[in-house]
Design a protein around this ligand. Sequence first.
Ligand code: SF4
Ligand code: SF4
Length: 402
Amino acid sequence: MFDNNSLQENVKGQIMNRESYASAASAARSGQILDHCTDCGRCLQECGFLRRYGSPLQLAGRFMEQLGTARLAYQCSLCGLCTAVCPLELDPCGMLLEQRVMVSARGQGRWFRHLPLRWYEGCGSSALFSWYGLPEGCTTVFFPGCSLAGSLPERVVDIFQQLGSRIPSLGLVLDCCHKLSHDLGEEQAARAHCHQMLAELAARGVERLLVNCPSCLGLLSAEDAGLSIGTVYEEFAADPGWPEQRCHQGLVTVHDPCSVRTAVPLQRSVRTLLARLGLQIEEMEHHGATTLCCGEGGGVGLINRELALEWAQRRHQEAAGRRIVTYCAGCTSFLSPLGPVSHLIELLFAPAPVLEGEVSRQGPSRTYLNRLALKRRLKLLFEDGVQGRRGPGGRLCWSRSR
Ligand code: SF4
Ligand code: SF4
């Protein structure tokens, strides 16, 4: 029988003999795993990355030694499934993010392969792509995020108009939450970016931000800047008379994005809206708190494509041919090549063509053009109030419209 205590002592003993342990003492989450993980194997059952590279206890030992691990943490998708299933409530996912932060702090986290992500995020927060529109008396703002604006710009307009019919003086912010650089290890800079954005909105009277992107939700809700953060799905689900089109037949299954695996009210709202359309929902084995990564998480696909695709294949195996409905534009685009997948927003605003399979996906370059065209179109809807955009150094520059 395998002796867990011996492995733990063995790993610890090797580290204690190394001078590098002292310099790695800030690795609190690795230390927690090292002290408490029993190597029970529960998280390994769920994760191909751990099965390939070692249990959290073994990884903690390697991280503490800082030997040849710079690339390792970038192959974990930061999905949090290991943390969700750990019977001891340990946080291996947090340890892997911590490693990215440490690698980044040592100046070793700038991978050439991550350039597309950095470019994408840089554009989102540039003067060219960003825009803030706050009409007179605005207390609620819609924040569509980059992905939906690029992939389904028409639907962003639909959401804005639908919300605008219920919320007077609705504002709009086109900007990036910086989830990508957060996950690449620049956690503090990403959080500072979010905090600045929220604080500037709060200073102009905004009390509530409505997002549609699960990644934006996770990052923005972590900041305490005096605003409440909600989702468009919860807002829509609170109206029992919407959506009006209720007669669509069909069987679907729901992929909860891993970044919102603990957001139970959001998950319920999504199912409420699908049921109101008349669709029947069959749950997959992994949903809600134990949902799977779609494969896109943590930018793994740029470092280890095979591992990323394993997640997507596993998701489709569980779906077993049923149409997957999700509420993340990133999950939609990553899962779509392997089977029928729809974004919930597509279904809510145009159910018939989606269920008949008439929706085509757009290439990545097209998404940039879409975002620019969307910005131009949405700006025309604002006649008065305050406008803002990103200036040099990411500073927000404000002006009065009329
Ligand atoms: S966060 Fe996800 S990919 Fe990373 S180790 Fe945990 S389960 Fe595996
Ligand atoms: S599930 Fe928890 S205790 Fe078990 S191996 Fe994973 S981290 Fe360790």
